[in-house]
Design a protein around this ligand. Structure first.
Ligand code: ADP
Ligand code: MG
Length: 254
């Protein structure tokens, strides 16, 4: 489904991900964890094709149109004037394209998704007027409408209350049962143990990747912490990589 082959991604020649290799199996449900700045968001953006590798590559089985990506809430521009229904309807983009018509069947799918995330009655509300939890529900509804084979979630439960987290986790389980591949950046070890069978532990390099019980061990976590403590933000430029080819990161538009 997704294969990382010796993947290195750099910002101005400073590697944020270094020589990562491995594979996300089709239908797997994986948590990506690691200290702050360990390259978790960089990994998702690289899989999404938003960042070009400095070395190695990401091999994707589904075409990019079948991949859905939810950025960290802090990277999302909430000021865009748009209703909840219009925002969820954007999930139909991969089916209808820029000029295609949203069919009545697709509109039903949009309304069903809004209902499923518990936002019935909010269809005409401006997204800018929603709480963080409500906005995250809208963005999950948009993911549902996309019907993607591969779903990438960057800290989807950050700053969510327990009720919202439970509702969104239920949707993640539903996607897993439907055979979709889900990769989520998370922080809460207990949540990872309970809900995510596979875990990838990053500290700019790969610390461990496999069954969660085998990855979330004290030696692995300790190694990740030790690597993070040794990071020097003024570290030497990595000369082993090709010149960086990062694209500017646009703010995520709704
Ligand atoms: P995480 O999501 O694990 O917190 P990131 O992938 O966001 O980590 O960042 C990894 C490293 O790359 C950090 O040191 C961060 O400062 C750096 N970084 C991330 N984005 C950029 C950017 N656009 N330009 C320069 N450095 C960046
Ligand atoms: Mg991040």
């Amino acid at each position: 489904m997704v294969t990382l082959e010796n993947l290195t991604v750099s910002y101005r020649q400073h590697p944020a991900l270094h020589h990562i290799s491995g594979c996300f199996a089709p239908g797997s449900l994986t948590a990506v964890i690691g200290p702050n700045g360990s390259g978790k968001s960089t990994l998702l953006k690289s899989i999404m094709g938003m960042l070009q590798p400095a070395g190695g590559r990401v091999q994707l089985d589904p075409p990019r149109a079948r991949v859905a990506y939810l950025a960290q809430l802090t990277e999302i521009d909430r000021s865009f004037p748009m209703s909840v229904r219009d925002c969820v309807q954007l999930g139909c983009w991969s089916v209808v394209g820029a000029w295609g018509r949203v069919t009545p069947a697709l509109l039903l799918r949009v309304d069903a998704a809004i209902h499923q995330v518990g936002l019935e009655g909010f269809e005409n509300r401006a997204v800018g007027s929603l709480s963080s939890g409500q906005l995250q529900r809208v963005l999950f509804a948009r993911l549902m409408v996309q019907e993607a084979d591969l779903i990438l979630l960057d800290e989807p439960f950050n700053a969510m209350d327990s009720r919202t987290t439970a509702a969104l986790l239920a949707l993640v389980h539903l996607w897993h049962e439907q055979g979709r591949t889900v990769i989520a950046v998370l922080h809460d070890d207990a949540q990872v143990r309970e809900h995510f069978p596979q875990t990838l532990l990053l500290a700019r390099e790969l610390v461990a990747w496999g069954d969660t019980a085998q990855v979330l061990t004290e030696p692995c976590l300790q190694r990740a912490r030790a690597l993070a403590e040794a990071w020097d933000d003024n570290a030497d430029i990595c000369h082993t990589d090709e010149a960086p080819r990062t694209r500017p990161l646009a703010r995520q538009q709704l």
